[in-house]
Design a binder for this molecule. Structure first.
Ligand code: I3P
Length: 106
């Protein structure tokens, strides 16, 4: 599963607010239990992640519609086992459901 999502990093660890909190549009690729964030598909092909970030391991992660977040539509929340939290905005409801399904299956 892959495609562009807007991403906001909320928590950097348990109760630790992320320092860079702005929304960025990133090419997201879910593969083999990892989520990679890239500038675009070229970045993915080259294996160069956004900001040189390591792939996000999704083992024991949870994702759900971010119903408390009212500023944007089609936003879901991804929490990883290390306590990081991301808000991710899909382009529409169908796109969001597709991501939630893919994330739940990994
Ligand atoms: C952040 C940016 C985000 C905003 C965040 C700001 O500032 O405006 O859009 O989140 O607010 O810190 P910057 O771009 O200067 O890093 P929202 O869009 O959710 O309001 P926050 O720190 O209250 O999360």
């Amino acid at each position: 599963h892959e495609g562009f999502l807007f991403r906001k990093h909320e928590l950097d660890g348990p109760n630790k607010k992320a320092s860079n909190r702005s929304w960025v549009n990133l090419y997201c690729v879910l593969s083999k239990g990892d989520l990679g964030f890239y500038k675009d598909a070229k970045g993915q092909a080259a294996g160069t992640t956004h900001g040189g970030e390591p792939l996000l391991n999704l083992h024991h992660s949870t994702s759900e519609v971010a119903s408390n977040y009212k500023k944007k539509k089609n936003v879901f929340k991804l929490k990883t086992s290390d306590g990081s939290e991301f808000l991710l905005q899909a382009k529409d409801e169908e796109d969001m459901r597709g991501w939630l399904k893919a994330l739940a299956a990994c």
